[in-house]
Unconditional design. Structure first.
Length: 226
């Protein structure tokens, strides 16, 4: 269902990278709620999730629609918009959000240049403010660092009611057709955000090499040999 969820869609002003970090009490949140593409934009669909809206959002972004128009069309075209919570950041950094009237309370949203934060069944609306503040705090850091830090800040601010997060995900795209970072914690009994942060720290040293292997295997082997 992907209710009881909080997420941040972010863009790096320096690099143009786009990314999403998300957590919830349900299993495998990133499998249903995370949609993004390099040089295009990023979308989340949560609360009572309809993954078709994510596919629609990406299709509109590919056509050059701005974030506000993308979210408005997702609301108009999808069924039961009152149950949905949506967010979008486009390739230029514009952002937009939607929270339907039947989203789980407390629900909150925040959108500004390069970021869109949404959450439902939150301990307080301050969770989204804490996430946004953490994301803004260190623009010089890698986008994945900022996204994981934003999730952690949301948890520290109270997270979801009852503190029952069980899954989390992190995905970042740069300039290639494949993801630069795509990490998921589909189910743990406790602290999926901490586990996601550990995965990111383990993956970070290999990230550039994996990209190089795809683009130039010979150069990757030479680099590995040094």
């Amino acid at each position: 269902m992907s209710g009881h969820t909080y997420s941040l869609v972010g863009r790096c002003e320096r690099t143009g990278m786009l990314g999403i970090a998300i957590t919830t009490s349900s299993i495998a949140v990133a499998a249903r709620c995370v949609w993004l593409e390099a040089n295009c934009g990023a979308v989340t669909t949560q609360n009572v999730t309809d993954p078709r809206l994510g596919a629609l959002g990406l299709a509109l972004l590919r056509q050059g629609y701005a974030a506000r128009a993308v979210v408005d069309e997702m609301v108009r075209a999808g069924g039961y918009p009152e149950y949905r919570q949506l967010a979008c950041v486009d390739r230029d950094g514009a952002s937009a959000t939607w929270t339907g009237a039947k989203a789980f309370p407390a629900a909150a949203e925040l959108s500004e240049r390069n970021l869109a934060v949404t959450g439902n069944l939150l301990a307080s609306a301050g969770v989204v403010d804490a996430m946004a503040a953490a994301f803004r705090a260190a623009p010089e850091r890698h986008l994945a660092d900022r996204l994981v830090g934003a999730l952690a800040a949301g948890k520290a601010a109270g997270g979801e009611v009852g503190g029952n997060e069980h899954s989390a995900g992190l995905k970042v795209v740069a300039r290639d057709s494949f993801a630069l970072v795509d990490l998921r914690v589909d189910w743990v009994e406790a602290d999926p955000i901490g586990r996601l942060a550990e995965l990111w720290e383990r993956y970070r040293p290999e990230m550039d090499l994996y990209r190089l292997r795809a683009l130039d295997p010979a150069a990757a082997e030479a680099q590995r040999g040094r």
